[in-house]
Every structure is written in structure tokens, then in C-alpha cells.
Design a protein around this ligand. Structure first.
Ligand SMILES: [Zn+2]
Length: 120
């Protein structure tokens, strides 16, 4: 039992390290579309729209928002969206480990593991 718990803790530590490395993570989805600009007399308002331009679609307070992505940042944002999928996968695995720890009764104490200045 004890070795089972320490194996779970070791696996969780590895997964948390991977999660922390996903620095570019962007939780959303990528779209490209044509758009009009703010200049009143621009040809885009006559149907000759700009684009395709890149956007990230995110949700805040149950509202969809499209955030413009400058061309030079597209590659990093797309990498961030892939990292988002990796993060979701890691969170599923960490959840499974934490539920296994819960069943052994070790979950609560494991929250203090490796935390500085917060030991009993
Ligand atoms: Zn325009």
C-alpha cells in the first residue's frame, strides 16, 4: 500500500512538472476569417475584405470572444493551442491519480507534499 502511494506521488510529480512546462498554453480554438477594419472609406467595406486573418476563440462568462492574432504570433499561438490539449490530457491523468490517492486515504496529506513553509 505504502509503495503504491509513493508510486502515485512520483507519477503525479512528473505530470505536474510536464504541466508547468506548457508555458504557451492558450485555452481556446483557432480560426481564420476575412474581416472589415475601422477605416471608414477602406475598400473592405465594399466587399474587398482583409484577410484571411487569424483569431483565437475563447469563452469568458459564457460569452464567445474572438481575439485577433498578429501574423508574427500565429505560430506561437498555435503551439499554445496544442499545449492546451496536452494540458487537458495531463489534468485527466492527474485527476485519476488524485482519485486513487483519495481511495487510499492519502489525498489530503499529499497536498502538503513538497510545499515550503506549509508543513504541519
Ligand atoms: Zn479595411
Amino acid at each position: 500500500m505504502e509503495t503504491n502511494v509513493s508510486r502515485l506521488l512520483e507519477r503525479r510529480k512528473r505530470l505536474l512538472r510536464k504541466l508547468a512546462a506548457l508555458k504557451l498554453v492558450v485555452h481556446g480554438s483557432y480560426i481564420e476569417r476575412f474581416s472589415t477594419c475601422a477605416r471608414k472609406h477602406c475598400a473592405c467595406h465594399q466587399g474587398d475584405k482583409h484577410g484571411p486573418r487569424s483569431y483565437v476563440v475563447i469563452y469568458r462568462n459564457a460569452q464567445q470572444r474572438q481575439v485577433y492574432v498578429p501574423q508574427a504570433q500565429v505560430r506561437a499561438v498555435r503551439q499554445g493551442l496544442r499545449q492546451d490539449e496536452q494540458a487537458a490530457d495531463l489534468l485527466r491523468k492527474i485527476t485519476d491519480i488524485n482519485l486513487a490517492l483519495m481511495r487510499t486515504g492519502a489525498l489530503e496529506a499529499s497536498g502538503y507534499e513538497g510545499q515550503e513553509g506549509n508543513k504541519r
